[in-house]
Design a protein. Structure first.
Length: 214
């Protein structure tokens, strides 16, 4: 796939490493283009840094790897984005990371979709730390990526992206279910930092075997 990444922080850089290793063709941008150039030079030839307004040209999807508060502004700076699939990875954290600024009746993903109606927002990867995202797929259980959206084609694109990079995609239903995924992301952050489990963790839903229920 041809993928555009908005944001060159920890998550944007981790996406660039993981996606480049899976032979995707990447463009990356940031408010400071030098940050994007730094990531591109570190990752290698499959990643190009470019201005925000040029990012969407020829891409199959956009990854919005910015803090929630910057998301809508970042999307509006990109031209030719109408109809594109946009992955929102954000957790709408308070400034002190003690909770969420939206929830219960809406979500970050729904608010981004409401304010950017010409794109197809899919919530995904918000429960995956950058340390996990940027690593190469390992042996054993795959890390699950929950994805929620209202457009079937956009969701299928995200599913295929997750599979291509060694994750196990889990369909989490409509975009409104981001209201549940974002608190799960917050809980994962709490476990990692406050609960002292570190950032090499990720939530997982498994089917309990019949033998265990007998």
């Amino acid at each position: 796939m041809k993928i555009g990444i908005i944001g060159a922080g920890n998550m944007g850089a981790a996406f660039a490493r993981r996606l480049a290793a899976a032979d995707h063709e990447l463009s990356i941008t940031a408010r400071g283009l030098d940050e994007a150039r730094k990531v591109a030079s570190e990752v290698g030839r499959r990643v190009r840094a470019m201005p925000r307004e040029e990012l969407a040209e020829g891409t199959d999807l956009i990854i919005l790897a910015t803090p929630y508060q910057q998301s809508v502004e970042a999307l509006r700076a990109v031209q030719h984005i109408d109809g594109k699939t946009v992955i929102d990875i954000s957790n709408p954290l308070t400034e002190d990371m003690s909770g969420l600024v939206v929830g219960h009746t809406t979500s970050a993903a729904e608010e981004i979709q409401r304010r950017s109606p010409n794109v197809k927002v899919v919530k995904a990867f918000n429960t995956v730390f950058s340390a996990v995202l940027g690593s190469r797929p390992g042996r054993g259980s795959k890390v699950q990526v929950f994805y929620a959206g209202d457009d079937a084609g956009a969701k299928d694109t995200v599913r295929r992206l997750a599979e291509s990079t060694g994750f196990e995609p889990v369909d989490a239903g409509p975009l409104a279910n981001a209201r549940y995924l974002e608190p799960l992301g917050m809980f994962n952050i709490w476990l990692g930092y406050i609960g002292n489990r570190g950032t090499n963790i990720a939530p997982r839903w498994d089917t309990v075997g019949a033998a265990l229920l007998s």
